[in-house]
Structures are given as C-alpha cells and as structure tokens.
Design a protein around this ligand. Structure first.
Ligand SMILES: Cc1cc2nc3c(=O)[nH]c(=O)nc-3n(C[C@H](O)[C@H](O)[C@H](O)COP(=O)(O)O)c2cc1C
Length: 177
C-alpha cells in the first residue's frame, strides 16, 4: 500500500487512491477513533493516537490560518474540504485531501468531528505548496503567532478575493490545473 521506505523529513509517504484515512474527535479535537489506514500511514499505533490532540500529526509547513479556517467553518456547523500535510511518527510526511464534518447527537447537537481523507490529486500539490509556504512565511514574520495567523488569514482571503473565488471554488480550481 505505501510507496516510500526509510524515514527522514524530506520523504513522503504516498498511499493508495483506494485508501481512506479516518479519524473522529471530540469537540476539542482529541482523537477518539482512528482506523487501521490512519495507523498504517502515520506510523502510530491506535493506542498512541486515542486520547491525543489531533495536532500530534501536525506538520510545521501547515499554515495556522488554514486550521483556524477549518475550526471556524466547523464552528458554524459546516463541513470543509482541506488539503493537509501531516507528519508521520518517523518524521516522514504525507498529503491528504480531508473532508471534515461535524458529528451530531440524537438531538442534532454537534458532539464531535469526523475526518475522511483521500490521497490528493498530485497535480494540485506544487501550487498548493507554494500558497501554503507564502502563508507560513507571513505567519513566521509576524511578531506573535496570533498576529501571524490573522495576517496570513487576511492574505489568504485577499488571494481568494483577487481571483474572485470562494474557498470551495479555489479548491476546485486547483483540481483543474
Ligand atoms: C476531525 C478533525 C481532524 C483533524 N485532522 C487533522 C490532521 O489530519 N492534521 C492536523 O495537523 N490537524 C488536524 N486537525 C486539526 C487539529 O485539531 C489542530 O487544530 C491542528 O493540528 C493545529 O494545531 P495547533 O493549533 O496546535 O497548531 C483536525 C481536527 C479535527 C476536528
């Protein structure tokens, strides 16, 4: 299933188009379920994942503003697609296209979140890496992480406005490249 071998930070783990990486979290993003594919790709055992915050697999190249946008969207009760670069236990990385949704209890109240991830379209990645790197640069140059996240968030909004696109149209446009 996996197409990479040894483990350094510049090595990517590529997983099959047929695989779906699944996790569920509580309201705070603590992992309450991880499927076997999640464990296989990330290199963590299920025991190492359950009860941990989802940022256990956070990759430093990921802009904070993208996660803020994700949490804000989920906070409005909406679903979101996002390209995410994750870290493996051994330092390698893997890209996913995540579909994250709120989970509802029997009264229709949000009780947690669910993420299903597929292998991304490889053609999307160079452009996406370029955009994420620009956002990360803005975040790193700011005087505080909070300010950086806000500035990068505005930069991202401006980029979408310049291209007259919503976030979903932007994702779709990447797929057309
Ligand atoms: C259902 C769900 C799935 C998530 N999946 C990931 C993920 O695959 N990788 C990741 O870095 N963060 C993921 N997050 C977001 C993390 O909770 C966290 O916001 C992010 O890693 C940024 O962490 P930080 O605020 O400590 O920088 C997920 C959150 C939820 C609710």
């Amino acid at each position: 299933m996996l197409a990479a071998t040894a483990g350094t930070s510049d090595q990517e783990v590529v997983f099959s188009e047929d695989d779906i990486i699944v996790s569920k979290t509580d309201l705070k993003g603590k992992i309450i379920y991880a499927n076997d594919t999640f464990c296989d790709v990330s290199g963590y055992s299920v025991d190492e994942l359950i009860g941990k915050p989802h940022n256990i697999i956070r990759h430093p190249d990921m802009p904070r503003c993208i996660f803020k946008f994700m949490w804000d969207t989920l906070g409005c009760g909406e679903e979101i697609f996002a390209y995410v670069k994750n870290s493996c236990r051994d330092g390698r990385f893997y890209w996913v296209l995540a579909y994250v949704t709120p989970s509802l209890d029997i009264n229709g109240k949000v009780c947690g979140y669910h993420s299903s991830r597929r292998s991304p379209n490889r053609r999307v990645l160079p452009k996406l890496e370029e955009i994420y790197a620009a956002l990360r640069k803005t975040e790193q140059q700011a005087s505080t992480p909070k300010e950086g996240m806000e500035q990068a968030g505005k930069q991202f909004e401006q980029m979408l406005a310049d291209q007259k696109m919503t976030y979903n149209q932007f994702l779709f446009s990447l797929e057309q490249m």
